[in-house]
Design a protein around this ligand. Structure first.
Ligand code: NAD
Length: 260
């Protein structure tokens, strides 16, 4: 059980992040969800999390591409709960374009959200975790933290960076009961994947069906999408005592993609 612990999950109004929030609420943790979306839908999710956990659920709408907003979010978390015991850096975005046509503003945004935001949340969360002598830092990295695909230069760069950052932090906090690990999914069926289909159709001159079978699932030997619930189950395990010696690892859940 995670009763009495507080979990902050970035980018948790949808997809994998929301699955983490539900899984951790199932163990009784206080939850801070973050991300964008429809106000009423988010409030409904927040209430559902409280009903599941029997604990508190807060919503933070801060924009994690901005350092000052991350600082505000972490300050609010500290005020409400004392600090964050479980930090899941999950917010992420994608843009698909050849490097010579890659929009500079998209590059900057992707590096800010998929990489730099994790630095800011981590640097602000670690002092409390060290003081508690317990903490879990979990990143949603990607198979793209281990291997590349064309037309995803910013994303692949950010995810490789996130993997290196995580190993470094793991070494720094190793003697404090704090672990830091990456979970690296292959393709999970979420809005992020759905939304990149049109651009990939354009970049490669393919139909929607061709993109799904020849691009998305081409490298995934099982020929099945990973589910968000399967990713969340790994995070739950990483929060357990059984996983206290797993740190600095990058755990694949990718249907065999990176075995190739
Ligand atoms: P998603 O688009 O469903 O969710 C992204 C979340 O991030 C949403 O809650 C969104 O509101 C939030 N977000 C976006 N911009 C933000 C900002 N500036 N500040 C704060 N929050 C912001 O995506 P997903 O597929 O669930 O992806 C979650 C993570 O998993 C990402 O890091 C992604 O790179 C990674 N991932 C996804 C897949 C996949 O196939 N879906 C595979 C590997 C890794």
């Amino acid at each position: 059980t995670l009763k009495g612990k507080t979990a902050l999950i970035t980018g948790s109004t949808s997809g994998i992040g929301l699955a983490y929030a539900k899984a951790l609420a199932g163990e009784g943790a206080n939850i801070i969800i973050n991300g964008f979306g429809d106000k009423d839908a988010i409030e409904k999710e927040r209430l559902a999390l409280e009903a599941t956990s029997g604990a508190k659920a807060h919503y933070s709408g801060h924009d994690l591409t901005k350092a000052d907003q991350i600082e505000a979010m972490m300050a609010e978390a500290a005020k409400a709960f004392g600090g964050v015991d479980i930090l899941i850096n999950n917010a992420g975005m994608q843009h698909v374009a050849p490097v010579e046509a890659f929009p500079v503003d998209k590059w900057d945004l992707i590096i800010a959200l998929n990489l730099t935001a994790a630095f800011h949340t981590t640097r602000l969360a670690v002092p409390y975790m060290k003081q508690q002598k317990w903490g879990r830092i979990i990143q949603t990295a990607s198979a793209h933290s281990k291997a590349a695909s064309p037309f995803k230069s910013a994303y692949v760069t950010a995810k490789h960076g996130l993997a290196g950052f995580t190993k470094t932090v793991a070494l720094e906090v190793a003697t404090f009961g704090v672990t830091a690990n990456c979970i690296s999914p292959g393709y999970v069926w979420t809005p992020l994947v759905e939304n990149q289909i049109p651009d990939t159709m354009k970049a490669r001159g393919m139909t929607r069906e061709q993109v799904i079978s020849d691009v998305l699932l081409a490298g995934q030997p099982t020929k099945e999408f990973v589910t968000a619930e399967q990713v969340a189950a790994i995070a739950l395990f990483l929060c357990s005592d059984a996983a206290s010696q797993i740190t600095g690892a990058n755990l694949s859940v990718d249907g065999g993609w990176t075995a190739q």
